[in-house]
Design a binder for this molecule. Structure first.
Ligand code: BGC
Ligand code: CA
Length: 546
């Protein structure tokens, strides 16, 4: 175990501010709403709160398109509100982590608006190029949201690069001034007492070259020229040397399509403190995120084992604002919603690394029923839907496919109680619909139910808090056939043994795993079957063994 850092034993809770709690009845979550729920979060047992972006933004990509890094979007409040949140959180021993979105800005950012004039000193803040010829972009790269990664600007007769939507022009990190601007942003928030940053698509921000990409992928073509590039590693190390190493802070990378070798480099070279990998989210992909094969727990198990044994520290997550709800993705929302939520909680909270809980995951929130993709508030879903409409899919199939990438499912209002709008807002009209299951799935009713998902999360978090093996222990996978998930955590002479059945069927436990003297610490089911040599559907058990 490397030296203990201040984040080592911390649990991080992700808040999607627009959907967490609305304090002024406009149907939109806000900072004052977050402040009103700090006692709930403290009582839950989490330590840090990562806020998805709250900066001024046209909200083309729900805030991942920043128009001013130094001001708060009026929907969420003011900078004074944010300062009060920092103070109120600090009073409760909670620390705030901001979402750093610097691979790109909004096209409404002053820098970009100025950069459209070729003679502007801001021109080189972005990546402007002449097309190959009339109407042909400078290269064949495709956006991560599909479609070309370039947009033509008739005002200056050049194209500008955007790896995401055309309203999200990429910053140019070859430009020293851009590096300095970002360091100013980092210091501004760290000096306010922010604990650190979750860095948005941070392994894509340094483009080594603009040569054509290989392959035909409808999204992300050309990635070989910017993913985890040498310049990217150098840049992150520079942020560490210039800024992060001078603060008690945590730097979390969102590193799309990362591999173990680059992951090791980011950690060992102090370029990041931890990072999110995407293999778990994509473990059941079939070619593209659009096409999924039937999920099997072994897909999830094998990628988790790869990362747990591949690098020294992981950011562990099963859902966030970009992914389907984990019960829908990896569990059984119809027959075993609560049991699968608890089994997934055991997995996420007993792995080695920093656990991330996404708002609503702790009460077992699930995806919305199928939505009309045209109505989606998610730009990437709408863009994919436009492409699907040109293909010979039935409406039913198009709905099914588009909803696989409809991030609204994870962004519906947090369900606090069974009152109007689930207690999220006093307004009946909310920016996204409340999930119809809120009468049963909500904080208030689950707080009163000892067998609820919420109370299981609290028990798990308390176990984790008092048992340092879960924080410092090595991860030891136990390879078994089929879909059974079994591993140990070992620290000094302490051993913990975790067994998880992520299927809806009873699973036989191999003889050699029935360990005498195994003392049950916590089970996801009121009655666990380990002694009898089997695991019930979605049973997860944590043992202390000698
Ligand atoms: C964010 C997405 C966003 C994308 C572009 C991702 O890291 O999580 O919500 O659409 O970056 O900023
Ligand atoms: Ca509001």
């Amino acid at each position: 175990m490397e030296t203990k850092r201040s984040f080592t034993d911390k649990v991080i809770y992700q808040i999607y501010p627009r959907s967490f709690c609305d304090s002024n009845g406009d149907g939109i979550g806000d900072i004052q709403g977050i402040i009103s729920k700090l006692d709930y979060l403290k009582d839950l047992g989490v330590d840090c709160l990562w806020l998805s972006p709250i900066y001024k933004s046209p909200l083309m990509d729900m805030g991942y398109d920043v128009a001013d890094y130094y001001s708060i979007h009026p929907d969420y409040g003011t900078m004074e509100d944010f300062d009060r949140l920092l103070k109120e959180a600090d009073k409760r021993g909670l620390r705030i982590i901001m979402d750093l979105v610097v691979n790109h800005t909004s096209d409404q950012h002053e820098w970009f608006k100025a950069s459209r004039d070729p003679s502007s000193p801001y021109r080189d803040y972005y990546i402007w190029r002449k097309g190959k010829k009339d109407g042909v972009p400078p290269n064949n790269w495709t956006s991560m949201f599909t479609g070309p990664a370039w947009t033509y600007d008739s005002q200056s007769e050049e194209w500008y690069l955007h790896l995401y939507s055309s309203e999200q022009p990429d910053l140019n990190f070859h430009n020293e001034k851009v590096v300095e601007e970002v360091e100013r942003i980092l210091r501004f928030y760290l000096d306010k007492g922010v604990y650190g940053f979750r860095c948005d698509v941070i392994n894509q921000c340094y483009k080594e070259s603009l040569d054509d990409g290989k392959g035909l992928s409808p999204s992300g073509r050309g990635m070989e020229h910017y993913l985890c590039s040498e310049g990217n590693h150098k840049l992150l190390r520079r942020f560490y040397d210039d800024v992060f190493s001078h603060y008690d802070c945590v730097v979390i990378g969102e590193t799309y399509a990362i591999d173990v070798e680059n992951g090791r480099r980011y950690l060992d070279n102090h370029e990041l403190d931890m990072f999110f990998q995407f293999d778990t989210a994509n473990c059941d992909n079939f070619l593209l995120p659009l096409f999924k094969k039937k999920f099997k727990p072994r897909y999830l198990r094998d990628v988790i084992y790869k990362w747990q044994t591949g690098v020294s520290w992981m950011a562990n997550y099963l859902e966030n604002h970009d992914q389907p709800r984990s019960i829908n993705h990896y569990g059984d929302p119809v027959k075993f919603p609560k049991a699968s939520a608890k089994a997934l909680a055991v997995l996420n909270l007993t792995l080695r690394g920093t656990p991330f809980i996404y708002q609503g995951e702790e009460i077992g929130m699930t995806n919305l029923p199928l939505q009309d993709p045209e109505q989606s508030q998610d730009v990437s879903c709408r863009q994919v839907n436009e492409i699907l409409k040109k293909l010979p899919f039935t409406k039913k199939t198009r709905y099914k496919l588009a909803n696989r990438v409809n991030r609204d499912h994870a962004r519906t209002p947090m369900q606090w109680n069974d009152a109007v709008s689930a207690g999220f807002s006093t307004s009946e009209k909310t920016w996204l619909p409340v999930n119809p299951n809120y009468k049963a799935v909500n904080v208030a009713s689950e707080s009163a139910d000892p067998a609820s998902v919420l109370n299981f999360y609290k028990a798990l978090l308390q176990l984790r808090k008092k048992d340092e093996v879960f924080v410092y222990g090595d991860f030891r996978p136990i390879m078994v056939h089929g879909d059974l998930i079994a591993y140990q955590r070992v620290y000094k002479d302490e051993r913990r043994f975790i067994l998880i059945n992520l299927t809806g069927k009873e699973v036989k436990i191999p003889r050699h795993l029935i360990l005498d003297g195994a003392k049950l610490l916590l089970s996801s089911l009121p009655v666990q079957g380990y002694r009898m040599g089997f695991l019930s559907p979605f049973e997860a058990d944590i043992f202390e063994i000698k």
